[in-house]
Write a protein that binds this ligand. Structure first.
Ligand code: HOZ
Length: 428
């Protein structure tokens, strides 16, 4: 028996499902969970000494790969000055200035400790600012695990087929309305049906928690107009896309300006950081400037802020995102070519260093189509890729991530391994 399996047996006795986040259990691909020993650059090593080229990248949190020397140095220096103050430090202000400087619609920002906290707080602010209770989210979008968002959600909720979680009060769930992604008409109708009652439309500009789904041309612009016309706020959940698809996030790439933006993952450089920000008049309603209450003992933690600052500084050169996007494109195109040669129904896409694919002839514009993909083939492919040393998210309903540590050579090697894995998976 492998050490990983033995350790997982031990973990199951003290952690629900042996994990601290459901998607780590590898249940959807019916495989042994990975117990990590260490990770450096693009490589992750488990406690059995198996090496993987990692496309999970801590679910998108790592833009520069594991254990980047500059981030490690910044963290080490911060550690020498104390680990938590519960008071304001310089790094918080510096990181805030950097975020405001890069993300076009963000004039002020509040740091929290996770993406869930960011979306939860943004919704509270939207409700307070508009005096309305309803929110619109999209089927398959995942905005963290706060009560309001566990309706028709992606990520582990989709993976484990739990459409609405027990424990969410029915009266609260009723305040969340859902529409299919890429369907502006459905949003228009919903807004009409609930005229004057919708506080916010919250959207992942690229769906990144049901695989990868790109917005159709004009979809996000329509949301912008619909929100403005109806008096609702437009919230971009850029927890995944922020600093990953472009220096200024998806809103800069696609040139659509939301009222509020939520951030997480990359902004923490591998540490637990989330943020919400946006128009100054809205953000000034947050306590203590205003009366919308939200707080956190570890918010703006000095070590996490130092890591985030280092990560964003490393991504400062103009060519940085072009290089990453080029490598991601090569990977996606290599995989597409392999699928075509084998005659496998396949559709894939990418934006910056975010990518994903479905065993589906395409197009995949929404969650309904995503659910039609061949998830059995995905399971076999995932296992074959893993045997060949390539780690993908253990679910057909998650995206994949390239980092700056994935060199051209690593990408070319991955394409070969994945082509071989696909040939194997289609033979089984
Ligand atoms: N898709 C999830 C977050 N975007 C994966 C991380 C988790 O739930 O642990």
């Amino acid at each position: 028996m492998s050490s990983s399996r033995r350790f997982m047996d031990r973990a199951r006795k003290v952690l629900p499902g042996g994990v601290n986040s459901p998607v780590r259990a590898f249940q959807a691909v019916a495989d042994e969970a990975i117990i990590v020993r260490e990770a450096h650059g693009a490589t992750l090593t488990d406690i059995d000494g198996r090496h993987y080229t990692d496309y999970l990248m801590s679910w998108g949190a790592l833009l520069h790969g594991h254990d980047h020397p500059a981030i490690r140095a910044a963290v080490t220096a911060a550690l020498g000055r104390g680990t938590s103050y519960g008071l304001t430090c310089e790094a918080e202000v510096e990181l805030a200035e950097l975020v405001v400087g890069r993300v076009p619609s963000v004039e002020m920002v509040r740091f929290v400790t996770s993406g869930t906290e960011a979306t939860m707080s943004a919704i509270r602010l939207a409700r307070a600012a508009t005096g309305r209770d309803l929110i619109i989210k999209f089927d398959g979008a995942y905005h963290g695990h706060a009560d309001s968002f566990l309706v028709s959600a992606g990520s582990g909720v989709a993976t484990f087929g739990l459409p609405n979680s027990p424990g969410v009060p029915a009266d609260l769930a009723k305040l969340t309305l859902t529409c299919p992604f890429n369907d502006a008409d459905a949003v228009r109708d919903t807004l009409k049906r609930h005229a004057g009652k919708v506080a916010a439309i919250i959207v992942e500009p690229f769906l990144g928690n049901v695989g990868f789904v790109a917005p159709a041309s004009g979809f996000l612009t329509s949301l912008r107009s619909l929100a403005t016309e109806s008096g609702a706020l437009l919230i971009f959940d850029e927890v995944i896309t922020g600093f990953r698809v472009h220096a200024g996030g998806a809103q800069a790439l696609l040139e659509v300006s939301p009222d509020l933006t939520t951030l997480g993952k990359v902004i923490g450089g591998g540490f637990p950081v989330g943020a919400y920000g946006g128009r100054r008049d809205l953000m000034e309603q947050v306590a203590p400037s205003g009366s919308v209450y939200q707080a956190g003992t570890l918010a703006g933690n000095p070590v996490a802020m130092a890591a985030g600052l280092a990560a964003l500084q490393l991504a400062g050169a103009p060519a940085f995102y072009d290089t990453l996007a080029g490598r991601t494109r090569n990977l996606v195109e290599g995989l597409r070519a392999a699928a075509e040669t084998l005659g496998v129904p396949f559709t894939a896409g990418y934006a910056g260093a975010l990518w994903g694919f479905y065993f589906h002839p395409g197009p995949v514009p929404d969650f309904t189509a995503a659910k039609e993909c061949d998830s059995r083939l995905f399971g076999r492919f995932h296992a074959a890729a893993r045997q060949r040393g390539v780690l993908l998210a253990p679910s057909a309903f998650e995206a994949a991530f390239v980092s700056a540590a994935h060199t051209d050579d690593i990408i070319a090697d991955t394409v070969e391994r994945l082509a071989d894995a696909l040939a194997r998976a289609t033979r089984d």
